[in-house]
Design a protein around this ligand. Structure first.
Ligand code: FEO
Length: 166
């Protein structure tokens, strides 16, 4: 039995993950059209990951005897003026998701719901990783700026960027 309030915030999280999945799909498509195939692959992958995050939540809510709400989606942003802008949107999106994860964790502690709290720890770690990745990538743009050669190499090497490089 999960409280009504916690079911509500879990359902908000389902919607946020769904929106993030569509947002990243839109970003993958933008990158593909603009010739950044490495970045496109990165966001196609991110979009899949967010879909998995959403499904994991849906199953958890349903398996606990509650009802997951399959959400209507917000319209994804589809215009970006640069790669840097694309990755700033990525970071903002992740920060937004983290805020809601924190809200759920807070609510779990308020209500002493340690089962949901335990389940959410996976999301807490995942968010820390995703935000660190977005920040690591944005740091690269401080070096690259608008240099075309730099952007070319960035696109070629993005699959190999990981947070431990910092
Ligand atoms: Fe599942 Fe990156 O939010």
């Amino acid at each position: 039995m999960i409280s009504k309030k916690i079911v509500e915030v879990l359902n908000s999280q389902i919607k946020l993950e769904a929106n993030a999945s569509m947002q990243y799909l839109s970003m993958a498509s933008w990158a593909e059209i603009n010739g950044f195939n490495g970045v496109a692959n990165f966001f196609y992958g991110q979009s899949e990951e967010e879909r998995m995050h959403m499904i994991k939540l849906i199953k958890f809510v349903n398996e606990r005897g509650e009802k997951a709400i399959i959400p209507g989606l917000d319209k994804a942003t589809s215009e970006f003026d640069s790669l840097q802008n694309l990755f700033s949107t990525f970071l903002k999106s992740e920060e937004n998701v983290t805020n809601n994860v924190n809200k759920i964790v807070f609510q779990c502690l308020e209500e002493k719901d340690y089962t949901v709290h335990n389940f959410m720890q996976w999301y807490v770690s995942e968010q820390a990783e995703e935000e660190a990745l977005a920040r690591t990538i944005l740091d690269k743009f401080k070096i690259i700026g608008n240099d075309k050669g730099g952007l070319y190499l960035f696109d070629r090497d993005i699959e190999n960027i990981n947070v431990s490089e910092e």
